[in-house]
Design a protein around this ligand. Sequence first.
Ligand SMILES: [Zn+2]
Length: 146
Amino acid sequence: MHEAAIAANLIEAVQQAVGAEPGAAAARRAGGAGVAPGATAASGTGGARVTAIHVLIGELAGVSADALAFAFECLTTGTSLEGARLVFDAVPLTVHCDACGRTTSVEDLVFRCSACGSERTRVASGRELEVRTLELEDLEVAGARD
Ligand SMILES: [Zn+2]
């Protein structure tokens, strides 16, 4: 359902992270053509290709990993992110207990502290939906050793 929008946001976040967003790239094209390895160390990855994107998905995020992967594939076709893999890291649902202060995992969506049985709990993790890490293709440092 809303996975396409999520995929679009995710792609935008990744493109900003690697400095490959079309608008940003154009604005940054201050000194001319190409990316000189080493000279651009401070500005992102210097155009390295993203090979994999690790995404945290909480149990409560309500996102279908399959649908998200499909939307991602569709939306990245023909872009610099085409071919990048989405790797999903599931975040288990846990609650923090106001009664005893512990954080315990939730089984079968029963929001109760499994340490003391109290129902005075708050979700501690499981709502995550975020990019955690990017894997980049090794930069060929052309010219450095030639
Ligand atoms: Zn408790």
